[in-house]
Design a protein around this ligand. Structure first.
Ligand code: PRP
Length: 179
């Protein structure tokens, strides 16, 4: 285990199992719809890569980069588009792939933005949810795990851009971000 990690919240095997389940459900729900899967960079890269390989249906992949946190541990509430999609959303069945819903501000902003582009449908799959932190009413349609308010790193989650490559989801030691 990485020395900055206090405890492993979800092991690689637990994540793999849950992602495989989500992939099965999504393959069934999106069968014949050729969904446009949108990865929210950068945190959701790892989840997206694993999830779409568990979906055995034709699909398309695009990515959008937004930033709300900077290098801080709490949401600023300011959402900026850093890189837009390359694919037209109109009349497509859009599946937004997010790593975590925290305050919900990012997803709220993004779903508003994408809905204005007239998709045939728009749903969200998130690996993690922290419902206790919510500032706006929003809920992922498909969810990996609901978690308490821990600061998590690994499997795409970062602190100051570090730890994204850890294969598990761990709780970061407080000393690391309060020093
Ligand atoms: C994180 C995370 C979500 C968002 C969730 O992104 O990936 O997109 O914050 O927080 P919210 O519900 O409070 O809006 P971040 O801006 O840290 O970028 P990253 O994905 O590149 O790490």
């Amino acid at each position: 285990m990485h020395p900055d990690v206090q405890e492993i919240l979800y092991s690689k095997a637990e994540i793999d199992n849950r992602v495989a389940d989500l992939g099965k459900t999504l393959s069934r729900d999106y069968d014949g719809l050729n969904p446009l899967c949108i990865c929210i960079l950068k945190g959701a890269i790892i989840f997206t890569a694993d999830l779409i390989r568990q979906m055995d249906i034709p699909l398309q992949l695009d990515a959008i980069a937004v930033s709300s946190y900077g290098d801080s541990t709490s949401s600023s509430g300011i959402v900026r588009i850093l890189k837009d999609l390359e694919t037209a959303v109109e009349n497509r069945h859009v599946l937004v792939i997010e790593d975590i819903v925290d305050t919900g501000l990012t997803l709220h902003y993004l779903t508003d933005l994408l809905n204005r582009r007239n998709p045939a449908s728009l749903k969200v799959v998130s690996l993690l949810d922290k419902p206790s932190r919510r500032k706006v009413q929003i809920k992922p349609d498909y969810l990996g795990f609901s978690i308490p308010d821990h600061f998590v790193v690994g499997y795409g989650f970062d602190y100051a851009q570090k730890y994204r490559n850890l294969p598990y989801i761990g709780i970061l030691k407080k000393a690391v971000y309060s020093s």
